[in-house]
Design a protein around this ligand. Structure first.
Ligand SMILES: Cc1ncc(COP(=O)(O)O)c(C=O)c1O
Length: 390
């Protein structure tokens, strides 16, 4: 197989990237190396610091097995594995920003990313500004001499606006700013940020790579130009993740292609069905022809994952809660990408630019691996309960 995994199918790549079984007596899976101390053979080697592994925070064979597998998927020069998806957002921002810098963040961003920017980054002297997810090339008008990072997330959290990433990259690079992208929704299977010019690709591996709602992990992958600075920030902050969690994510990666395909099919079937339900005003899923950004999604993405939102036809929090409380299979809980279906109420009150105008309350649905007919029946109970309110 080519080192970068090119020229082979995605499921073959998922099954074989990362560790080389020949390195560990032929065992197909890598060892879980619990490590802080690494021994050096002599003082000269210790002083030279050229030994492959030097200390547990800086890398282990288990960490390398996962990060090399992610590099093969992302086409990246290097990847770090950190303790959560949120850490995968905060660590590159800390590594690439300093007091006096200007940061542009898409307004449809994952809420904790906004919270980090509005609290810690502002306190550290970073100027934070939010932009419309549909801005595209128009981002050039917001870029200032001190703009260092443009942060993107596409599709956006909860409302699934698709960003024109190549246009944003072009404008940012013309001003020497780097572009980061939270690509958790698509995974590198359906969108490869670095192929579209993005410098840093961020993934909450808690979701589809882990896949079982039991492990928290994040990965950050960069092009060659950004790698040294990111790795230095990673080591400086000392926020490596534990070997057991890393191992579980590598294990999850082996089956991610088949799971994601199932999530994709089921979510799309349910989204199409929901469009015809009387209590539903709108389905916010970019792979639907009715979605305002469908053409952009079709241009850049090769698939869609298992999470989207619906807008109820009228009503407010009472209807929203009635829908949620009537569900029996869908659990009420945060996160997504696991095997089980989940539903949460959507809150857009934190937005400053992309508030949107919706006919009723929004509900986010994570479609798990259950049978579609059972999920439709469960959603029908929710819709009936919401309709019974009015
Ligand atoms: C788009 C996005 N990015 C990042 C995260 C953070 O991931 P984690 O839960 O592992 O911190 C989430 C979690 O829901 C998310 O939806």
């Amino acid at each position: 197989m080519a080192k970068d995994g090119s020229g082979i199918g995605i499921n073959t790549r998922l099954a074989h990237s990362g560790n080389n079984p020949r390195d560990y007596f032929g065992f197909v899976n890598p060892p879980v190396v619990h490590a802080s101390t690494v021994l050096y053979p002599d003082a000269a080697t210790m002083a030279g610091r050229k030994q492959k592994y030097t200390y547990g925070t800086r890398g282990t064979p288990t960490m390398d097995a996962l990060t090399l597998a992610i590099d093969a998927l992302e086409g990246s020069a290097g990847t770090i594995a950190v303790p959560s998806g949120l850490a995968a957002v905060t660590i590159p921002l800390l590594a690439f920003l300093a007091a006096g810098d200007h940061l542009l963040i898409v307004d449809s961003v994952y809420h904790p990313t906004r919270h980090f920017a509005d609290t810690m980054l502002k306190r550290l002297g970073v100027e934070v500004e939010y932009y419309d997810p549909h801005i595209g090339a128009g981002i050039a008008a917001l870029i200032k001499p001190n703009t260092k990072v443009v942060f993107t997330e596409s599709p956006g959290s909860n409302t699934y606006e698709v960003q024109d990433i190549p246009a944003i990259v072009k404008a940012a690079h013309a001003a020497n700013a780097i572009v980061m992208m939270d690509n958790t929704w698509a995974t590198p299977l359906y969108f490869k940020p670095l192929d579209h010019g993005v410098d840093i690709s961020i993934h909450a591996a808690t979701k589809y790579p882990a896949g079982h709602s039991d492990v928290l992990l994040g990965t950050v992958s960069t092009n060659a130009a950004c790698w040294e600075r990111l790795f230095d920030g990673f080591c400086t902050l000392g926020c490596c993740s534990g070997p057991d969690d890393i191992y579980q994510v590598l294990r999850g990666l082996r089956t991610m292609g088949v799971r994601l395909e199932h999530h994709r099919k089921s979510a799309l079937e349910i989204a199409r069905w929901l469009e015809g339900q009387p209590g539903v005003a709108q389905v916010l899923h970019p792979a639907l022809e009715s979605h305002p950004d469908h053409a952009l999604w079709k241009r850049d993405f090769s698939g869609s994952s298992g999470i989207f939102s619906i807008v109820l036809k009228g009503g407010g929090q009472k209807e929203q809660h009635a829908f949620l409380d009537a569900l029996k299979i869908f659990g009420l809980g945060y996160s997504w990408g696991g095997y089980e279906s989940l539903a949460v109420p959507v809150f857009l009150g934190d937005r400053t630019v992309a508030k949107g105008s919706y006919a009723g309350p929004l509900i986010r649905l994570q479609i798990g691996l259950e049978d579609v007919e059972d999920l439709k029946a469960d959603i029908s109970h929710g819709l009936a309960a919401a309709a019974a309110i009015s």
